[in-house]
Design a protein around this ligand. Sequence first.
Ligand code: FES
Length: 104
Amino acid sequence: MSEDNWHRVAAKGEVAPEEPIRVQVGEEDIAIYNVDGEFHATSNICTHAYASMVDGFQEGDEIECPLHEGRFNIKTGEALCAPVTDALKVFEVKLEGDDILVKV
Ligand code: FES
């Protein structure tokens, strides 16, 4: 059984507020967000159909899917409005100096 590990995915300066970036860790396609200077990570793939969340619209701690405008809470992954019903997977994030690390 494999254990979760911390992976460096970006420098803090690479993730601007409300401009999430996409990173790949192993098989996980992950979106990294800056919410008021705090960094968060979710699955990058919408739970409704196949869409990349980083192509959507971030407002504060919510991300809107670019395809059908479903919205999720970035911090919890919670699905907030139709047509999305299933939460986005979220990943733990920590900082080391200027580096953003994600537990996968
Ligand atoms: S694919 Fe995201 S709301 Fe439909």
